[in-house]
Design a protein around this ligand. Structure first.
Ligand SMILES: [Zn+2]
Ligand SMILES: [Zn+2]
Length: 156
C-alpha cells in the first residue's frame, strides 16, 4: 500500500494512484458507518465516493501522485464536499489534532481558552493568515490559541 499523505484545510487526506480506478483520495473523517473490512474512497474518474474491500483496494495503490494531480484531486473532492453539504474546513480541534499528527508530534488535546487571553501574535506562523479571535480553544501542551488551520506553538 502506498499513498501520499497531505494536510489541507485542517484535514488529512491520503492520495494515491489505484491500478484500476486511477486517482483516488482517502479521507479518514468520512469512514464512519463503513462496514468492517471496507473503506470509503473518492474516485476522481467518477467524482464520487464508493466503498471498497479494504485489503484488495490497498494492494492496488501506489503513491505516485504529482503536484498537479494533487491539486486536481483535492479540488474535485472539495467540489464533491460542497455539493454534499460537507464542511470544507476542519473544525479547529480536528485541525489541531491533524496538524500535530502530520508532524509526528504528541497530542495532549485542547482546552477552552481563558476568556481574557489574546493572541500574542497577530498572524499564524504556519498558514500566515490573521489569527481568528472566534477560536475558543488553546493547545494544552504549548498554551497557544489554536489557529483555524490547526497550528499551535508545538511545531514551531
Ligand atoms: Zn494557521
Ligand atoms: Zn501546541
Amino acid at each position: 500500500m502506498g499513498a501520499r499523505r497531505v494536510s489541507t484545510n485542517g484535514w488529512l487526506f491520503w492520495l494515491a494512484q489505484h491500478a484500476k480506478l486511477g486517482l483516488v483520495l482517502l479521507d479518514e473523517a468520512v469512514q464512519n458507518g463503513v462496514e468492517n473490512g471496507m473503506l470509503r474512497a473518492f474516485v476522481l474518474a467518477s467524482r464520487k465516493t464508493a466503498d471498497f474491500e479494504r485489503q484488495d483496494f490497498k494492494e492496488q495503490l501506489s503513491p505516485n501522485v504529482s503536484d498537479q494531480e494533487f491539486v486536481q484531486l483535492v479540488g474535485a473532492y472539495n467540489d464533491f464536499k460542497i455539493y454534499n453539504g460537507m464542511s470544507l474546513k476542519a473544525p479547529p480541534d480536528v485541525a489541531h489534532a491533524n496538524f500535530l499528527r502530520h508532524r509526528g508530534l504528541p497530542d495532549y488535546g485542547v482546552r477552552k481558552k481563558n476568556p481574557v487571553k489574546t493572541h500574542r501574535v497577530t498572524h499564524c506562523w504556519s498558514c500566515k493568515n490573521p489569527l481568528d479571535n472566534k477560536v475558543e480553544i488553546e493547545c494544552v501542551e504549548c498554551g497557544w490559541i489554536v489557529c483555524t488551520c490547526g497550528a499551535c506553538g508545538c511545531a514551531r
